[in-house]
Write a protein that binds this ligand. Structure first.
Ligand SMILES: [Zn+2]
Length: 275
């Protein structure tokens, strides 16, 4: 693959960058100069094989030779100026994500994404999870991160997966329950608590099946429900995926949760996950 080429034909509709290891600075190969107000982001392909969307104003800047340094590029990604390319089927187009559809775990339309819930599978291998997702009545989340850090996208970002369960009352953790909420919570009923929460919107409640993306990390649990430690490769992939999804969909980092925070699960699930 080529590296560090000069700025090319600005009339080509797709901007091509190179950030391969031999380049110290991302380079725009070609792009379509456009006005700030013009149009939606266009698809951008990077020479490392990844694909993103890019804000038109940035193409303007790049087309006149204002090339970002890797540090600036990271800032742009964090700010949402560079976004993942998600296709019309709701799948990420990027070499770091393996498209592995498991349609049986999809349930209904996911019309908005307000947060991300991080899980561990409870199984020892990614293969066993991918296999289980082919069974009737199987449940999973949108992504699966294997032991070696491989990211599988197993469900569309346009579809719900059932990965959360009954919500805990967020007002309890944040010490702001009102008298009505406290009255409901005085009788232990996870179902009533969940219904109380679902009458609210994020961030008054935690993200639910109806408005969150789920990420499963492969990790076994003991019979007592103690999960193994998330390894460094898995955490690196998790951090990349969360950074990309939050910047693409405009999700605040305050809306990323480990599963036991939002629902009644074993406390060690995803405890060692970091992002
Ligand atoms: Zn979970």
């Amino acid at each position: 693959m080529c590296c560090c080429p000069a700025i090319g034909n600005p009339t080509v509709a797709v901007a091509w960058w190179s950030i391969s290891s031999r380049c110290t600075t991302p380079r725009l190969l070609s792009g379509t100069p456009s006005k700030k107000s013009a149009a939606v982001p266009v698809v951008t392909r990077l020479a490392d094989g990844t694909s993103r969307q890019i804000r038109p104003w940035l193409i303007d800047a790049l087309s006149v030779g204002l090339l970002p340094t890797p540090k600036q590029l990271a800032t742009l990604i964090g700010r949402g100026d560079l976004m993942l390319h998600v296709d019309s089927q709701g799948y990420i187009l990027n070499d770091r994500v393996r498209r592995t559809p498991r349609p049986l775990i999809e349930h209904g339309v996911l019309s908005r994404i307000n947060g991300i819930i991080v899980h561990q599978t409870g199984g020892a291998s990614g293969a066993s999870s991918l296999s289980s997702y082919t069974l009737q009545n199987a449940n999973g989340a949108h992504f699966l991160i294997d032991k070696d850090g491989t990211i599988y996208q197993v469900a569309s970002l346009r579809r719900q997966t059932w990965h959360v369960g009954k919500l805990r009352a967020r007002c309890v953790a944040e010490h702001r329950c009102n008298a009505t909420e406290l009255a409901t919570l005085s009788h232990f009923s996870p179902t009533a608590e969940h219904h109380m929460e679902m009458a609210k919107q994020v961030p008054q409640r935690y993200p639910s099946n109806e408005d969150s993306v789920g990420i499963e990390i492969v990790g076994a649990a003991t019979p007592q429900g103690v999960y193994e430690t998330v390894n460094a490769q898995q955490n690196a992939s998790l951090q990349w995926l969360i950074t990309e999804i939050t910047s693409t969909f405009g999700i605040p980092m305050t809306e990323i949760f480990r599963h036991p925070v939002v629902s009644r699960k074993m406390p060690s699930e995803a405890q060692s996950a970091s992002w």
